[in-house]
Design a protein around this ligand. Structure first.
Ligand code: NAD
Length: 677
């Protein structure tokens, strides 16, 4: 029922049982604590049942528990692992240094990826700390672009299973397969059917690398606990002939299921997830092909807690870039003309959110849509072209002369913003870029297709062909660009600026559905983080090093929105830590305590960007105090002495730098959520 670490906390707080000493040692050493449900208690005494602690070699073999040489002598003896480790005690910091040296020895990025996968399998906390503290360096390894390469070679590198593979042959039994997953407390599921992996196309079951990589970022950037994250591949076959003939291929060797069979399978999957993990489980669609992505989002968005990152996450990050660019171009969003190369999931998502942002500036929806043009594989989206405008992009079709030559379009339409989501590497030719420089003084050029080989142009080409006047961003990272003696560090319109924060905010507030406005809010929050220094070096996104802080702040804004819009009865209080963290924190806890005894509809969101250890300690003490204020009935259910029905507490901590704490009284449930590396 509980993870071992959470059990150790329960032991400690109840202070009973024969394993008390061991529990207390483990609690001190444990950095991943969770008390998810209120069930493992003795039926009569109400005491918390002391768990069987995983001992001996099994403790070392469990990546969640293994700390390498960081186990103290006391722990080694208590756990029966004394002698199984070399004598030297090495702190996590020392082990991190070794990791960095080891990984730097590899020149090939795929080898770096494999090293990180192996580390995650061996010592999870070390892996997440390494990732969280070196996000700029390792994000491009666990995520795009290297993860694309890993997916392509997945058959070769597949070692230890991570996540669930559910095939179309499991139709009718999906719930049973979900039950095979050992973790009962899953909050976020990222799943793909592998049909459009990055810009690489149909990789079938090889697509598993993407949900795995994304969920690593849920933890590393937003502090969502690893065991609450579940990556899933829905293997419905593949239409990639190379894979069907590849002896290494690990998926079903059959053509993709389509139509009714496919739809029923996805319906059953969504329902089974809710049945297994609850209505609030976040279900993130990942890398579905155009024919399914938009329509499935439309079908499920008001029924489940779901979003499609390729559509909505991409939209949010791109619109954030456009918002930041306004500060350079001095043109409002509604004063631009937008031309998209590609009219698929990403383009439609970005275009729709850009329209929403223009409407917020005062245009009508129709006026806003008139400013957006799209060009797909069949040419300009003209209602007069043969075959007309595809259904999914109807809003952006124009009653104008059809045009199949993209360069001609750029000259005719004269966009000020050019956005590439076409999967066609090099499609922004020098002629196209030079035309952009003629169209406007500060052209905005986004080459968003991934991985790097698919980018519509390089950062260097964009600067070279626009006399250095462009504002450039890309989907995959590019090295710094030199132009006219000046060095520019262009930004990466990376979805990981958005999705971890959205996920944390949604999970924290137990939001049932994710409205589009949350993505606009996330975009504004991200844009707000772009400094003048960033803009001066050509970057319209904050540095990746700020990702954790950005994620927490997006989560806060999302949480506020969730309560503002959905639960008006709640009182929202926000505290910003300015100088004296300790005093402020005491104040907050005092207010919170008052809230518990007097008010059932109180939400407190407290944030600190620079939380220190003192704050951490104080909160931890407080949490233990809550335990003493509750009793349990003979069924093990909580009875709150002070008439408090529920306490929902979230604390995430990143290197003790950023924290988000949300207390809210929601339903008859007690949850305790704590993550620390
Ligand atoms: N934040 C990001 O950087 C980010 C996020 C999501 C997607 N992407 C990238 O954007 C790209 C597109 O993703 P998607 O989900 O929209 O894919 P998609 O398959 O839904 O759409 C691709 C579109 O490109 C068009 N296209 C294909 N060949 C073309 C050509 N020769 N000329 C003009 N148009 C052409 C297709 O008609 C289609 O409209 C991918 O490479 C993906 O990795 C980047």
């Amino acid at each position: 029922m509980f993870s071992t670490a959470s059990k150790s906390l329960l032991c400690c707080t109840s202070a009973i049982g024969p394993n008390r000493a061991l529990a207390s040692i483990l609690t001190k050493s444990s950095s991943l604590i969770s008390v998810p449900q209120n069930r493992d208690y003795h039926e009569v005494t109400g005491n918390i049942i002391c768990p069987n602690v995983v001992r001996g070699i099994d403790h070392l073999r469990d990546p969640r528990l293994n700390k390498g040489l960081a186990f103290t002598l006391e722990e080694r003896q208590a756990l029966g692992i004394h002698g199984l480790l070399a004598a030297k005690f090495k702190t996590q910091e020392e082990q991190l240094d070794i990791c960095r040296i080891s990984i730097d020895r590899y020149e090939d990025n795929l080898n770096k990826y494999l090293y990180l996968v192996e580390l995650q399998d061996r010592n999870e906390k070390l892996f997440f700390r390494l990732l969280a503290e070196n996000i700029e360096k390792y994000l491009p390894i666990v995520y795009t672009p290297t993860v694309g390469l890993a997916c392509q070679r997945f058959g070769l590198i597949y070692r230890r299973p991570r996540g669930l593979f559910i095939t179309i042959n499991d139709k009718g039994h999906i719930f049973n397969i979900l039950k095979n997953w050992p973790e009962p407390d899953v909050r976020a599921i990222v799943f793909t059917d592998g049909e459009r992996i990055l810009g690489l196309g149909d990789l079938g079951a090889y697509g598993m690398g993407i949900p795995v990589g994304k969920l690593s970022l849920y933890t590393a950037l937003a502090g969502i606990k690893p065991h609450q994250c579940l990556p899933i591949t829905l293997d419905v076959g593949t239409d990639n002939q190379d894979l069907l003939e590849d002896p290494l291929y690990i998926g079903l060797r059959q053509k993709r299921a389509r139509g009714k069979e496919y739809d029923e399978f996805i319906d059953e999957f969504m329902e089974a997830c809710v049945q297994r993990y609850g209505q609030n489980t976040l279900l993130q669609f990942e890398d579905f092909a155009l024919i399914n992505a938009g329509r499935l989002l439309k079908k499920y968005r008001n029924k489940y807690c779901t979003f499609n990152d390729d559509i909505q996450g991409t939209a949010s990050v791109a619109v954030a870039g456009l918002m930041a660019a306004v500060r350079v171009t001095k043109r409002k969003l509604s004063e631009n003309i937008y031309l998209f190369l590609g009219a698929g999931s990403a383009a439609n998502g970005i275009a729709s959110l850009t329209v929403a942002a223009m409407v917020a500036e005062g245009l009508t929806e129709q006026q806003a849509q008139e400013r957006v043009y799209m060009f797909d594989v069949d040419g300009l989206l003209s209602t007069r072209r043969e075959g007309g405008v595809p259904e999914h992009a109807k809003a952006f079709g124009k009653n104008i002369e059809p045009e199949k030559d993209f360069e001609a379009c750029v000259a005719k339409i004269k966009p000020s913003c050019l956005i590439g989501c076409s999967t066609v590497g090099g499609a922004f030719t020098p002629n196209v870029l030079q035309q952009m420089a003629k169209n406007t003084e500060r052209p905005v050029i986004f080459a968003l297709s991934n991985p790097t080989s698919k980018a519509e142009c390089t950062a260097q080409a964009a600067y070279d062909n626009t006399e250095g006047r462009c504002i450039f961003a890309s989907g995959s990272p590019f090295p710094p660009v030199k132009y006219n003696g000046k060095e520019y560090h262009t930004g990466q319109g990376n979805n990981s600026y958005i999705f971890p924060g959205i996920a944390l905010g949604v999970i924290a507030t137990a939001t049932h559905h994710i409205p589009e406005t949350m993505f606009l809010t996330a975009a504004r929050t991200l844009a707000h983080y772009v400094s003048e220094e960033d803009l001066a070096i050509g970057r319209i996104y904050p540095s990746l090093a700020e990702l954790k802080e950005v994620s927490v702040n997006i989560a806060i804004e999302v949480a506020k929105m969730a309560y503002d819009e959905g639960r008006e009865r709640n009182v929202l209080l926000e505290y910003e830590m300015v100088s004296d963290l300790y005093t402020q924190c005491q104040e907050i806890l005092k207010n919170t305590s008052k809230g518990f005894s007097t008010c059932l509809n109180t939400l407190l969101i407290y944030r600190t960007v620079t939380a220190g250890r003192r704050v951490q300690k104080l909160i931890t003490n407080r949490q233990q105090a809550y335990f003493t204020r509750v009793t349990r009935d003979i069924h093990g259910n909580f009875i709150f002495k002070s008439n408090i029905y529920v306490l929902y507490l979230i604390l995430t901590s990143f290197d003790l730098v950023s924290s988000l704490i949300s207390f809210t009284i929601l339903s008859k449930r007690f949850l305790f959520y704590f993550v620390e590396y």
